[in-house]
Design a protein. Sequence first.
Length: 240
Amino acid sequence: MRFGWKLANVLPMVWQRVARRIIGLRVFVAGAPARERPLLLVSNHVSWADITVLGSVLPLSFIAKSEVKSWPVFGWLAILQRTVFVERKARGETRRQADEIAARLSAGDVMVLFAEGTTSDGNEVRAFKTALFGAAQSSLRLSEAETVLVQPVAIAYTHSNGFPLGRSGRPLAAWPGDVELAPHLARFLIEGRVDVTVAFGEPVRFDARSDRKTVAKLCEQEARRLLADALCGKLEIARS
């Protein structure tokens, strides 16, 4: 049983490492994910490649919009990682979705929330949506833990074939929602090797008295700082 649990958590990470090699991603890490559980990672969102990038670094599961399920290949990888698919426009579903995420957090799963609710051009962090931060509060009700760690993360696409992408070149990796996946993936593959940094920030402790909007703002500010430092080469990084 224990072996099966380990396999179920590690196998998706192995698949993601194979995928990142195939599509030419070279991943570097700054900082480290917190060891304490429950743990909710809140990240900026740049591209379809983010799922492979983060999923190759440590065993985790995603909180993603329902459309991801239909993506070629990457939708399958998201399902493999036991992603919780949410309907962002279904406001009446927010509480139920938060409870589902909370149950996974309480069970010890590391969950990733793309808190902007959409993708950016890779040069900036957009405002974090606060609704699903309520999952951290819900997990306190479902577990004996007094606090939940909410850790900000920044994903920064930095180089292509060894050359800095720069502000104008970074949208190469970014995937706006109105662009079809297949053509963007083809252009990405033609470009060659792309370097990306995953930067882990200082965790925020979320307890019964915490305000989700305040926590979301703190995480947004930290993710913004991490992204800026990663793009400027100010972080100490190691190959993943």
